[in-house]
Design a protein around this ligand. Structure first.
Ligand code: IWH
Length: 477
């Protein structure tokens, strides 16, 4: 081969590897359906690295190996958005939803309107700029008009294409979406942070925000962030798109992840059914959401409706009950479990969270009380997700009153007076009373009689409590 044909075939091989990795990233992050195991992905990635090491002139700025850039900066530059990133009006009650639909039907003079519907990600709104198909800039929403330049950090997210998957790319395309951390990745990150003796994040949103606002993109690249697109900003020479759902299909074709829960529905009844459906699926989703978003689907109808002050008249965010709220710890007591495990419990000033009024939150064990540094009198953030026992997420130490009281683990069981012992290899302390302890006895009997054990009809918690308290039952036999 002559020099130039050899160069051409190396370039072709380079492009082939880059495109293959871009496709694998899309399958993994956008479709949630990788076509190859991670080991194969790794092998292709290493092949690309080897090729670039042998022939550094092949390296392009949008090669997957170039996601992490050189050195750290000391500040983020301010960026003015080409098109403002406006906020959405919120609806909390069904009556507000009804009013939204009514306003729209009356303004459009229609009996029923088609809506595009999607979960509202609880992440950070960003905008991505692509010029001639190449990712050139990424910024936070900021105040909606000006945001911060976080391009270097966003480049490290494999969910964000460095080049649009498209033959004739638009001259300009702004993609709006949300950076977030999946719940399982957040749990893992907190575990690693704790192993390294570093700070814990309160929730996936805070973890995503902290990771995105790192001055060193190398740190961001180690954080498991992902991205979902939900709209377009400024656009030049894009194909004709006549609805939000078409725009989302277009973004998918370019390799952007868009929510797989997105849908279109007809009228108020469709909105209500979708709200119910996503509300029920909320805890099973892999990411946190704080509601659902409804948009009039047809762009010509959106244009007819226009804006009121700073928000579109054609869209609304229908919120779910918050899963976290602030309240005060009025006391810390302990509960005795079926096997004697002593669990510290925060007694709270009643607070409405996750759709119910919560008065207790588990503190798990003594180590956890120390780690979270919970005192009686503290203002704490409490989380209740689904049917899981409410828990204290963190303490707002700056609000700690001077007379706050430190929790001391009792040395004797509050139920039976037996010694409480903590085995060196266990996190939990236990009451040593065994079935002599009425708390343990009640739970042992209830457990024995329960559906999944002996299934003794009628012998539930209430009856067992009465039998034990009246000293009528001392042993299972
Ligand atoms: C070694 N992953 O980020 C290794 N299978 O198509 C390589 C890649 C990944 C892990 C570990 C967890 C994750 C996999 C794919 C695509 C992108 C990606 C894939």
């Amino acid at each position: 081969m002559t020099g130039s044909t050899e160069q051409a075939s190396l370039e072709a091989r380079h492009l082939e590897l880059c495109n293959l990795i871009a496709r694998y990233d899309h399958e993994y992050y956008a479709l949630d359906a990788p076509s190859v195991p991670d080991s194969e992905y790794d092998q292709v990635y290493r092949a690309l690295q080897t090729l670039e090491n042998l022939h550094p002139t092949l390296i392009t700025p949008d090669s997957p190996t170039q996601r992490v850039s050189g050195s750290a900066t000391n500040a983020f530059n301010s960026i003015t958005h080409r098109q403002a990133m406006l906020s959405l009006n919120n609806a909390f009650a069904d009556s507000e939803l009804e009013a939204f639909d009514k306003r729209i039907r009356e303004a459009l003079g229609l009996a029923q309107v088609e809506y595009a519907v999607e979960p509202k990600f609880d992440g950070l709104a960003i905008t991505l700029t692509y010029e001639s198909g190449v990712f050139t800039q990424g910024a936070t929403r900021g105040d909606g008009y000006k945001g911060e330049d976080v391009t270097h950090n966003l480049r490290t997210l494999r969910a964000i294409p460095l080049r649009l998957n498209c033959q004739n790319p638009p001259q300009l395309l702004e993609v709006r979406g949300e950076v977030l951390m999946l719940k399982r990745d957040f749990e893992k990150l907190n575990q690693t942070q704790s192993n390294k003796g570093e700070k814990q994040f309160a929730n996936p949103r805070n973890a995503a925000a902290g990771s995105l606002r790192q001055l060193d993109a190398k740190i961001t690249s180690t954080r498991p962030l992902t991205f979902f697109a939900y709209g377009l900003g400024a656009a030049e020479s894009v194909p004709v798109l006549s609805s939000h759902s078409q725009a989302m299909d277009y973004l998918t074709s370019l390799y952007f992840p868009v929510s797989s829960e997105r849908d279109t529905v007809m009228g108020l009844a469709g909105l209500r059914a979708y709200y119910q459906k996503i509300g029920q699926a909320r805890d099973k989703l892999t990411f946190d959401i704080d509601g659902v978003v409804y948009k009039v689907n047809a762009f010509n109808q959106q244009n007819e409706l226009g804006f009121v002050s700073r928000a579109p008249r054609w869209a609304i965010a229908h919120k779910f009950p918050a899963q976290e709220a602030l309240t005060v710890v009025e006391d810390i007591t302990v509960q005795v479990g079926r096997t004697g495990a002593i669990t510290p419990v925060a007694r709270l000033k009643p607070v409405f969270v996750g759709g119910v009024t919560v008065t207790n939150a588990t503190l798990h064990n003594e180590d956890e009380v120390r780690r979270k540094d919970v005192h009686v009198g503290d203002t704490v953030s409490v989380r209740r997700a689904g049917d899981v026992i409410p828990e204290v997420v963190n303490v707002l130490t700056e609000r700690r009153p001077v007379n706050a009281r430190r929790f001391e683990m009792p040395t004797v069981c509050p139920e039976c007076g037996s010694h409480i012992l903590k085995q060196a290899d266990e996190a939990v302390a236990r009451c040593t009373g065994g079935l002599f302890c009425p708390a343990q006895r009640k739970q042992a009997i209830t457990h024995y009689a329960s559906r999944r054990a002996m299934d003794i009809e009628g012998l539930g918690e209430k009856l067992v409590d009465q039998l034990v308290e009246a000293s009528l039952v001392h042993t299972l036999a």
